[in-house]
Each structure stands twice: as structure tokens, then as C-alpha cells.
Design a protein around this ligand. Structure first.
Ligand code: CA
Length: 441
């Protein structure tokens, strides 16, 4: 177990990585009505540049129609589209279902790994980019190691990454093969344009972090608090940034993450973007780059849940990457997606962020990797939002959390003008309730 001192040493080593060049800050826009808000303890850290937090609301409110696609999910944690337009949904206790184009939800698919530990559960289910020809599905889930008494640990399972083939009748996973023991929990997975699998492995966090887990995101001999990169067959790409370095795990692609809950590949750039739960405050959006150190727990824009500052409220350090955007107080960001469709021309290139505690779908307008506007949509649902994805029809699909969860879709409003239910955006940028219960994140 390395100490915090070794983490600091590591950060010194990594100072040789130059900070990413960023475009200049945009000119000040209309002031964000939430700008006066702060965390429950009044903590409101200063950003490194204008627009890194509390970006102004856009001048024009978004208009959209909302329709329910399917409902009745329990603990849905991920969803993604199959090439034929059907939707793959994963529920945290270990169920995978397929939603057909008419909204029918299938029975749970059989053949999930027998060692799936339901308490920590299933995190991601996603089809291979060539699913139409190879029927390959990737999963991240938790398994309980042999000999572990789950009552003795808060996060007793380990994160496994597996692949399987969906049977030709869509009812069963076959040939399940574990690709990686990723050590941590909370794994998200997405396939990069080059075919490699990008996997997040988080430290057991939630409300507070056990002392042994604190330094893990900075330790190169641990897979926790990392973005990992493996080949679809489980082998390790030879061009990973730490491959061949003594004492470093070759699977590591980037480090210094606390609790990644959303991943998306940016169209065009092909870069991985992530959403991350900070501690109390300091929820982040990051653009992940190879070998980058994203700071936790050396730098953060949040406080510990105990109310204590973390590392003397240090928010920046040379050699560590700044988040593209952060929220203090929390919104609890989950799934994220870029929009490229034709239904909403003004949304093209925007990043959509689902928010659990924030109970909104957040639209971030971007200028390169700067956030220039923030608009909160779907607040009228008053629902914890778990995921977002663009459908093949160019509509934006949203997954709600918890019991009796549903998938809704946002489509372009047929007629301009106010008045019809569900068509107008809710008042933008409502401050999340200060009393948002942290454990529910
Ligand atoms: Ca960070």
C-alpha cells in the first residue's frame, strides 16, 4: 500500500506532462441566476477560467416534445442502442433487457455471469461497434472474490469486464469470457474508435472514502480511480502510456479519478469525455487524455462529506489536468452523450449530462473544450436522470433512475410558440436543492 507521500512523488514525476492548451475564455455573457449559490457549507471554489463552472444560460431556451418510449425498469443503470434501433438496458441488480422499437421490453436475457454479485451489481452493457456481424456484447459487473465476507467491507466485490455473444434469438448471452479484473467498482465502458475498450474503475466512494482507498487513484500499481484501456480480446495495447514501466499496471490509460459515472466519445475528435462524482461538491466533466493525471485526491473542487477540506482546498497543481467543467454544489452527474442528430440543429456538438441529485438533463454548449452555456432541461419530470443517448432517429433519449424508471425521448417541437405541455423547456438553471441527500447519489 503506497502512502500519500508516494502519490505526491508520482505527481512530481507527472509534472513533465504539459498541460493541455485551451482556447481563450469566452467573453462574459448574461449572468447565470445560480451564480450566487454555493455548497451547503458555503464552499464556492474559484474556477481556473471564466466558464469552468456556472456558465451562462443560453440566450434562447430549448423547445422540445417529450414522449415515453418504455417504462417499468427497476434500478436501470445503463442503456445504449443496438445498430437496428433497439435499446439495450442494464439494471443494476443484474438484468439485461432489450426494448424493441415499439417500446416492448423483453424478459431478462439469460446467461449472465453466475458470479454477478447483485448488491454491487451490473454497471454497463454495450454492443461492440461491429455487433451487426459479430453479436458481441461487453459487460462490466461485480463479483465477490472467494473467501470474502461481504459484511466486513463496504465494497466487497471486484469489478470485472467481460464479453459475450448474444444468441441469435436475442434471449441469451453465450460464451461469456472475463477480459479483466479491474479491482474497483462502478465501471463504465465504451469502445473507442480504434476498437479498444475504455473502462473506468472507481474507488468505493459514495459518502466518504475509506482511508486505504484515498490514495489509490494516484497509485500506478492500482487499477482503481483510473481509466483503463484494453483490447476487445482482453490483451493490453502496447501503446498504453504506462506499458513497460516498472511498478505500473499496463492497463492504465489515465489516472486521478474519483468516481466516473458517465463516458462518451466525442464525434470528430474521437476523445473520451467523462462525468465524475466529486466528493461534496466538485462534480466534474473531463476530457481524458492518454497518460493524464486528473488530480483526485490531490486536487478537487469539493469538500469531504465530513465537511473537511481535502488537501487544504487545493484545486490546481502543475502536471494535473483541470476538469473542463465542474459543479459545486453537487448535481451528481451520470450518463453523458454528445448530440449529432438533425432534429435539433442548435444542439449539434453539445454535451448532454444526466443529473441524479440535480434532477435534470443538462445541455452544455461547447467551444472546443470550453463550456460556454449551461441549460437545464426536463426539470418538469422531477426525476433523477441516469442516462442519455442519441437515437438513430436523431431524437435524444433519456433514462430515469430508481423504481419504475422509464426511457423518454425528446423530439423537435412541431410548432413554435408557447403553450403546449411538455414542449417548452423548464426554467433554466434552477439551483439544486441544498439538502440533496448525498447517499442517494
Ligand atoms: Ca479531477
Amino acid at each position: 500500500m503506497a502512502t500519500f507521500a508516494s502519490a505526491v512523488l508520482l505527481s512530481l514525476v507527472l509534472q513533465s506532462i504539459p498541460p493541455a492548451p485551451r482556447p481563450p475564455a469566452p467573453p462574459p455573457g448574461p449572468q447565470n441566476p445560480a451564480a450566487g449559490s454555493a455548497a451547503p457549507d458555503g464552499y464556492a471554489p474559484s474556477p481556473q477560467w471564466l466558464g469552468q463552472t456556472r456558465a451562462p444560460v443560453p440566450a434562447v431556451k430549448s423547445r422540445y416534445d417529450v414522449a415515453t418510449v418504455a417504462e417499468g425498469f427497476n434500478g436501470a443503470f445503463c442503456f445504449s442502442f443496438l445498430p437496428d434501433g433497439r435499446i439495450l438496458v442494464g439494471e443494476r441488480p443484474g438484468r439485461v433487457k432489450i426494448v424493441s422499437r415499439d417500446g416492448t421490453i423483453s424478459a431478462p436475457i439469460e446467461g449472465l455471469p453466475a458470479n454477478l454479485y447483485a448488491r454491487q451489481g451490473l454497471f454497463e452493457v454495450r454492443a461492440d461497434r461491429a455487433f451487426a456481424t459479430n453479436r458481441t456484447i461487453y459487460l462490466t459487473y461485480t463479483a465477490l472474490p472467494d473467501g470474502i465476507d461481504p459484511s466486513t467491507r463496504r465494497s466487497p466485490g471486484v469489478l470485472l469486464v467481460a464479453r459475450a455473444r448474444l444468441s441469435s434469438d436475442d434471449r441469451r448471452l453465450e460464451d461469456v469470457k472475463v477480459l479483466l479484473d479491474a479491482e474497483g467498482t462502478g465501471g463504465r465502458l465504451i469502445q473507442a474508435p480504434d476498437g479498444t475498450l475504455l473502462v473506468t474503475s472507481t474507488i468505493p466512494s459514495g459518502v466518504g472514502i475509506d482511508s486505504a482507498d484515498w490514495p489509490q487513484p494516484q497509485q500506478l500499481d492500482s487499477l482503481m480511480g483510473k481509466v483503463l484501456r484494453i483490447n476487445p480480446d482482453g490483451s493490453i495495447p502496447t501503446d498504453n502510456p504506462f506499458a513497460g514501466r516498472a511498478g505500473a499496471r499496463p492497463e492504465i490509460y489515465a489516472l486521478g479519478f474519483r468516481d466516473v459515472q458517465g463516458v462518451a466519445i466525442q464525434p470528430g475528435s474521437g476523445r473520451l469525455w467523462t462525468s465524475e462524482h466529486g466528493p461534496r461538491g466538485g462534480d466534474e466533466i473531463n476530457v481524458v487524455k492518454k497518460g493524464g493525471n486528473f488530480g483526485f485526491p490531490v486536487i478537487t473542487y469539493g469538500h469531504d462529506y465530513s465537511g473537511k477540506s481535502i488537501n487544504d482546498d487545493r484545486t490546481a497543481q502543475q502536471g494535473m489536468e483541470q476538469p473542463v467543467y465542474f459543479w459545486t454544489p453537487d448535481i451528481a452527474p451520470a450518463g453523458i452523450a454528445f448530440y449529432e442528430g438533425r432534429q435539433f440543429p442548435s444542439w449539434k456538438g453539445n454535451l448532454f449530462v444526466s443529473a441524479l441529485a440535480g434532477k435534470a438533463l443538462i445541455r452544455l454548449g461547447l467551444d472546443h473544450d470550453r463550456v460556454v452555456t449551461e441549460e437545464r432541461l426536463l426539470t418538469e419530470l422531477n426525476a433523477r436522470i441516469r442516462g442519455v443517448a442519441e437515437g438513430p432517429d436523431g431524437a435524444l433519449y433519456v433514462l430515469t433512475d430508481g423504481n419504475n424508471g422509464k426511457i423518454v425521448k425528446l423530439t423537435a417541437s412541431a410548432e413554435p410558440g408557447p403553450g403546449r405541455g411538455g414542449r417548452r423547456a423548464a426554467p433554466a438553471h434552477r439551483t439544486p436543492p441544498a439538502s440533496s441527500p448525498a447517499p442517494a447519489r
